[in-house]
Design a protein around this ligand. Sequence first.
Ligand SMILES: Nc1ncnc2c1ncn2[C@@H]1O[C@H](COP(=O)(O)OP(=O)(O)O)[C@@H](O)[C@H]1O
Ligand SMILES: [Mg+2]
Length: 360
Amino acid sequence: MGRIVAVTNLKGGIGKTTTVVNVGAGLALKGARVLLVDVDAQGNLALALGVKPRRTLYEALIDGARAADCVMSARPNLDLLAADESLLSAQPTLSRRPDWSRVLDQALQPLKRHYDFIFVDCGGSMTVLNVNALMAATDVLVPTTVEHLSIKGIEKLFKQVVSLKSGATSIRVIVPTMFDPRLKQSTALLEQLQATYGALIAPPIRVNVRLSESSAAGQTIYEYDRRSRGALDYAQLVERLSALWSFRQPVPTVPDSAVNAPSAINGVAGGVPTATQSAPAVVVPTSPSAIRAVVAPAVPIEHTDLHTEHPVVMGAGHMLQLDCPHCGHPLQRATIAGYRVVYCSHCKYKQQELATGIRR
Ligand SMILES: Nc1ncnc2c1ncn2[C@@H]1O[C@H](COP(=O)(O)OP(=O)(O)O)[C@@H](O)[C@H]1O
Ligand SMILES: [Mg+2]
């Protein structure tokens, strides 16, 4: 059964849609079956993915259409339940219903078994639809810019989520976005965030113009520029979330050509096997060593014995455990979108290994 992850913040323009697109696409590249749902009437998800939906969420919420019939395939393994401006007129109608806060949850229930992850891209205020997203969510991911007012906004959001979820907070991850490490104030505020929220804070996504160019071009960052800082940072976030949510790369049992088959709802039949996803209690690691313990060693797929899942050493020292040259802590590995990343979860050391060479 899939997780439903609401990606929300009370502010607009802070990287929610960018995070939904690039986290969703990254997980899909790893073999997860992913559905992105847009509950923002701006309809930015479809634009950012460069697709033109024929049907939208409005029909599922208001016209009584089956949500599955309104889903379109955006990329292999990556489906979209899109929105457009018609969703604005849905809100007053929804709010008159006695079950107004559960309408999205009810619409998504039949879809859950088809996906490993359903990401809901929220608008920038607590609308009826955003309340619906939070009520449907098993997990909440909060992107935030590293600015004083944004950090204050997180406190408010925590309170609202706790009150909606009857005391239980389901905020699992806070993702600092548009982080500029050159600014002293940003670095100080990131440290403040880490001190306040500990292991809930994911590695930051740095400011990178390639990310805004990619959404304008209707492409994911891995398609637009997989060598960019934005691709590297989102790839690292995808690895972190895969570990947190115990998502393991599925074992390919079919030829590569079949891996690009359309995904679950749109007539799949098995291009990518079901991922083994355990959904037990999520343990958020609280220290660098605990984080290391839950981060699965992301072995490049070509160096993995796919049937036993034991790594196979293929030469060139790929499987050697390396230590960080800066701080000596064991390095982590991530593999995504055709390149390999080695990074330290203790300090800021990162190395990106490309087919054509190494870039830092
Ligand atoms: N890390 C980043 N660096 C530079 N620009 C970014 C970054 N993340 C997002 N953007 C850009 O900022 C703008 C707002 O991002 P968006 O994801 O649409 O925010 P939201 O969904 O919260 O309104 C978009 O133009 C997007 O391309
Ligand atoms: Mg948005």
